[in-house]
Design a protein around this ligand. Sequence first.
Ligand code: ADP
Ligand code: MG
Length: 293
Amino acid sequence: STMPPLLSAIANAGRHGVLAKSAVVMERLGQVDAVALDKTGTLTEGTPRVTGIRPLPGSGLDEDGLLALAAAVEHPSEHPLARAVVRAARERRLSPPDALGFTSVPGQGVSAGVEGRTVRVGSPARLPAATGTAAAAVAELEEAGQTAVLVLRDADAVGVIGIADRPRPDAAATVAALTALTGRTPVLLTGDNERAARHLAAQVGITDVRAGLLPQDKVAAVRAWEAEGRKVLVVGDGVNDAPALAAAHTGVAMGKAGSDLALETADAVVVRDELAAIPAVVALSRAARRLVV
Ligand code: ADP
Ligand code: MG
């Protein structure tokens, strides 16, 4: 080819399924020496399924009632957990009640008004009232490796929904390839609970797990690592990952199910749904730099 090496590297990256937003990004990808990976939607397939529905005594709800209520509030959310809840309600042919005034807090959950009450769906660690029977249901689901989301109606916990996701088929190979390229095992940065995070990490070969993180905690983890001299590659898909993608030396977003904000913020986007494209372009970028230098 007659193309300059960096342009041909961008073209090659495109063929591998990674869209780099500039030639500078291709250079920076070749410089990274540490990797931080998000869990849900990044290391996992991002199509989690509802695996447990636990209405709480006194809520007046059965399984279908709890699922319909949660689906009403989750409907506008693009989070993979929200899509799992909405899909499960659709599969059971439920008609969720009307919801008004949707709000979403990245890394925490969603809320809306339903039948004159405020219904919240989200992380048990970030919501009040995860006590007694609610806490027991959360613990039971998390011990089985699931992500438990709590459903609150005003101040009352009315149920817990368990959601489980599988690692992507190429997740373990990608972690191994990134370890070989950087000389360091990637770390897992997740807003999810410690038990679900460790369960997933063990399946893909990650030992360094930081769980229960808010978006700004992910940024702090990346900044601390960069203060030690590392050039950190962050890979994520969610609105909750956008600040860390922006703070990182290089940010890469998963394109297929990634949120608009993550796609806009990242330096590069994995356009085909293959995690293994990331170590491939890092290696490619290093090879191109050798040609330029
Ligand atoms: P990850 O870092 O693994 O991608 P997130 O930061 O997106 O996870 O979410 C962290 C936690 O916040 C989830 O495990 C869940 O408990 C809660 N959460 C976030 N968004 C939602 C939502 N739309 N519905 C329910 N729970 C949510
Ligand atoms: Mg995610």
